[in-house]
Design a protein around this ligand. Sequence first.
Ligand code: KG4
Ligand code: ZN
Length: 411
Amino acid sequence: MKILAIETSCDETAIAIVEAEGNEERASFTVLGNTLLSQIEIHKEYGGVFPALAKREHAKNLVPILEAALEEAELLHEDAQVISEETRSAITKILEREPGLEEQFFEFVSECEPPAIDAIAVTAGPGLEPALWVGINFAKALALLWDKPLVAVNHMEGHILAALAQPEAPSIKNQASNKSQTEKLEIKNVEMPVLALLISGGHTELVLMKEWLQYELIGRTRDDAVGEAFDKVARMLALPYPGGPEISRLAEDLRSNLNASSQGRTLEFKLPRPMINEASCDFSFAGLKTAVLYLLKDNPNITEDEKSRMALEFENAVTEVLWKKTSRALEETGAQTLVIGGGVSANTHIRRAFTHSMDTTCPSVQFRIPSAALTTDNAIMIALAGFYRALRKEFITDIIANGNLSLAKKP
Ligand code: KG4
Ligand code: ZN
């Protein structure tokens, strides 16, 4: 089954075309086309994602990246198309709230043969609703025009499946055809239950999957998401948006350089580990952020070296809390597999610390982290989740954006 997947939940406009085969227990994926445009540079000056701007950028970028993805997948065949008045006016209605998209849409599709795809998957939530709607309406318009079934994808399910997917060992045939390993993924030998630690800009939760696509919420943040805390603390330290990678860079440099002589005075900072000893799998990061704020008030003339020390201590505090809660959840649930997903799972220290702790304390539990390219938002993960939902024939024509869409409710 060839799936065209669209992701516009936040500040990445992404389209992927993935050929998927198999079943839930054993699925394999070949990435035929994958395009992604990040809006980070545009949102930087606002210090965060500005929804109206995200919506406008998605509308501007979707047609060009669709064309690029189809071309990469060798599915782009130019040929003048006749579009009936009825279809044209239905599509005009679908796209009426996406300024600028309709004109580009018709210009492109009237010269392009319907591609040989079997389904269209699109993120329905969670995320920024104005941004989600652009992708959804674009998907609806394509599905109507090309007569393809539509699948609504929960973005967080995409993160989980991307984390479960592993690069397929290259076969002789692939080696010969020079296909890179990231283009072939497989999900197999997954031991249930799976515990997923989802850490992103909008989410921090521990979710249990006892059976495929059935979720139970084990723990969640009571206030800020981890990525949000990284971004806010980075802003306090006058680092550019998004702050996660910046804090990580400062902390990593300092770790690898801890014995090097420091310039001038060097303060040591100590931050709290919120809720670390509480008998629950919930998190709280707002207090950690406030603690950084107070430290900065007490030390207004912080040096660059001290900034790095604060970044390091913040990253250590977050990592310790994440691990403690995850290990508690592993014990409580008896999970046989642990995955980490979401943008923050790109963090080098968190990846290293979890790998080490899993090796030393839970060697019998499978541990999977997505490859670096699959950690932050992308459309491959939406194609993976789209395939799992399509296998269950969960096709839908009237998708609605839901900014707060959740995988599971707390029991
Ligand atoms: O999953 P994602 O791409 O978007 C959402 O669905 O939110 O996650 C984005 C978040 C941002 O808060 C960003 O600062 C954080 O992931 N992030 C990181 C790193 N790379 C991205 N946080 C810590 N360390 C990183 N290396
Ligand atoms: Zn995400």
